[in-house]
Design a protein around this ligand. Structure first.
Ligand code: ATP
Length: 314
């Protein structure tokens, strides 16, 4: 069990190395535990405001309860008591799944997509079994364990919440392209809210197309609430009926009708014993999608910096 260490100097226990990634809230560096020589990741989050500290404390609390091979593990946590908190995390060296998949060395097949989707569902099923909603399922939060293997892990529990069915939980966050209609409508969120996002991720992985993407966030959100999408594009020509059936049982406006993570694992498309087509998928659109998301991420990071009041010298 990881307790947050208050007022202790992280540099006494860990040496910090190169930056691994950056999100809206945190910057992540590679680091090494001095005592054991173990390589880990250190995620620094600015906690100027009391709410920020509460958010990180919640993230720590949730991560402590989540111990599963498909989920990023928390190792240690620090709070300098002033402006910064740091989570020491298991190091994941394979990079983001979508970056890996668009690499020229990687041959993308429907089978590969179903292997990845199965693992996503395994992670989500475990979380839901622990009564936790992720609420930020998107490609950037799915990492590959190694550069060459097929194993993935889900990361970033910054928006995750404990689910209490007796209480109404509404949220006002997430990424428009991936959030469920109930999030956009500010209605109750449930386990099925994550399952919608799994459906969107799977749709993008197979086709490179984002099913509800509009010209603006507002338009995207309007498309999400309508929950209207199709498999008409030529990218879906080679995709099996089973894969389409899988997605269509997740992208349903009424959350009650959507598959649970367990239902997904039982679906023929994810069943291990099933034979699947190995035809290579065209990655042109997926590459375009990843490049667009990279840009968006850079813009978001810039806006976050601006919000923090940093002076930027261009
Ligand atoms: P977001 O803006 O998506 O909410 P965040 O600020 O909460 O992000 P994370 O998503 O946790 O931050 O981390 C930012 C990036 O750092 C990730 O997208 C990933 O590329 C990298 N990263 C995070 N954790 C690890 C880890 N344990 N090992 C390796 N890289 C990591």
């Amino acid at each position: 069990n990881v307790a947050v260490k208050k007022g202790q100097d992280i540099k006494k226990e860990y040496t910090l190395h190169e930056e691994l990634g950056r999100g809206k809230f945190g910057t992540v560096y590679k680091c090494k535990e001095k005592l054991t020589g173990r390589c880990l990741a250190a995620k620094f989050v600015i906690t100027n405001r009391a709410e920020d500290r509460k958010d990180v404390e919640r993230e720590v609390e949730i991560m402590r309860t989540l111990q599963h091979p498909r989920l990023l593990q928390l190792y240690d946590a620090f709070d300098d008591g002033k402006k910064e908190m740091c989570l020491i995390l298991e190091l994941i060296e394979g990079g983001e799944l979508f970056e890996r998949v668009i690499d020229d060395d990687f041959i993308l097949t429907e089978k590969a997509c179903s292997i990845f989707t199965r693992q996503i569902c395994e992670g989500v099923e475990y979380m839901h079994g622990q009564n936790i909603l992720h609420l930020d399922m998107k490609p950037e939060n799915i990492l590959c364990v190694t550069r060459t293997g097929n194993r993935i892990k889900l990361i970033d529990f910054g928006l995750a919440r404990k689910y209490d069915p007796t209480k109404k939980l509404q949220v006002l966050f997430g990424t428009p392209e991936f959030v469920a209609p109930e999030v956009v409508n500010f209605e109750m969120v449930t386990y099925k809210t994550d399952m919608w996002s799994v459906g969107v991720v799977c749709y993008v992985l197979l086709s490179g197309l984002s099913p509800f993407m509009g010209d603006s966030d507002l338009e995207t959100m309007a498309n999400v609430t309508k929950a209207v999408y199709d498999f008409d594009d030529e990218s879906f020509e080679k995709i099996s009926a089973e894969a389409k059936d899988f997605i269509s049982k997740l992208l349903i406006k009424d959350g009650d009708q959507r598959m649970s993570a367990q239902d997904c694992l039982d679906h023929p498309w994810l069943r291990k014993d099933k034979m699947r087509k190995d035809t290579q998928l065209d990655k042109t659109r997926l590459k375009r999608f990843v490049i667009r998301r990279r840009w968006q991420k850079a813009v978001n990071a810039f806006l976050a910096l601006k919000r923090m009041g940093a002076t930027i010298n261009l």
